[in-house]
Ligand binder design. Sequence first.
Ligand code: PMP
Length: 434
Amino acid sequence: KYTGPSFEETMQTRKEYLTPALLTYYKNPIMIVDGKQQYLFDHEGNRYLDMFAGIVTVSVGHCHPTVTKAAIDQMNRLQHTTTIYLHPVIGEFGKKLAETFPKESNLKVVYFVNSGSEANDLAVMMARAYTGNFDFISLRNGYHGASGNSASLTALHTWKYPVPSDFGIKHTLNPDPYRGPFKSSDPEAGKKYAWHLKNLIEHSSPGAVAGFIAESIQGIGGTVELADGFLKEAYDIIRAHGGLCIADEVQTGFGRTGTNFWGFQNYGVTPDIVTMAKGIGNGAPLAAVVTTPEIAKTLSKRIHFNTYGGNPVSCAMGSAVLDVIRDEKIQQNAHDVGSIIKDGLNDLKKKYKVIGDVRGHGLMLGVELVRDHETLEPANTETAHVFEKAKEMGVLVGKGGLYGNCLRIKPPMCVTKEDAKFFLDVMDRSLASL
Ligand code: PMP
């Protein structure tokens, strides 16, 4: 039973002492005080099925006992010194992480940092230092973080402040086969979007770039899958212009897409740099940049250091997460339960006209609501209604997309078939109440 500060006190402290920019996600906000695997509990003991996992962060389950034990054991032994001394767990975790990449990719050198934003900032710096080029390209509608370079890579006006962006960062047309100008019905769509990328390089850079970054499936942008064939074409174009290709796997990694451990593997490409965060630590403030030995060498020309990057507690947790993913066949579960949910959502699409698109892979799913299938007018108030109704019935989902009209379904990957059934039933009832 929860015995801490009351809901009202907590709300008052938050209003008075914390940034006013904080989102409270529901009309009647909830206070979450306990978590167990795929469930969350509020201060009154109400249980919620968590279909958003702390924004796609809790990969193997809230308070997973293996991860918790790893943290506690390490905390009791040694909490911190930094990487100026040797510590076995950091290298062991780095090795295990490197082993998750395809051998032929040679992606095996790991830099540990603390957040996805930091990982992307580092990737940009690394690509610039390695190539000697400056210009950088990301996709419109992409989200890559909120600090320095990463905030500039992010291309959603809702996240941008009127302050200068990083010079040299450009955003190409988003290869969105649902909302973009070239639709999924067009077999040449991927190529057409790639043409825009090449055109951007030719007209707004010296004809050479440092790199290109993309999420394998856009998360905050509303679970947008890139047009077929785009990524492969894009990687070829970037490399032909001297740049490195970076996969932002902050949301799509660690088996979430079900078919592969890394999202990029679903699209037949091999990046030069991979950034990851969130699911890597199941909630620990941990992130990483993985690259090839050759690219990694560039940063040894100067000192590169990060106080908490590679701290033993976060690394012990990250290492335990990899063990759980393997031992509990988490990726297979993401595939199996994700397929049931996606099929169920497609059935609901036949029943409710407001569903414009169901997309994603494994447990990285999204539903876009529209008022008109031709104009694609965003059904944002309808989305907010479904989102609130689901909460009332004990299911927490995410909301996203530039227009706030996408439901994001990305639960801890230990969700079961029974949870999927309950979730679909709640979705059905929430949509019926529109
Ligand atoms: N990349 C992606 C794809 C993300 O979703 C996020 C966070 N939502 C980030 C980077 C930034 O991560 P962080 O919030 O840990 O800085």
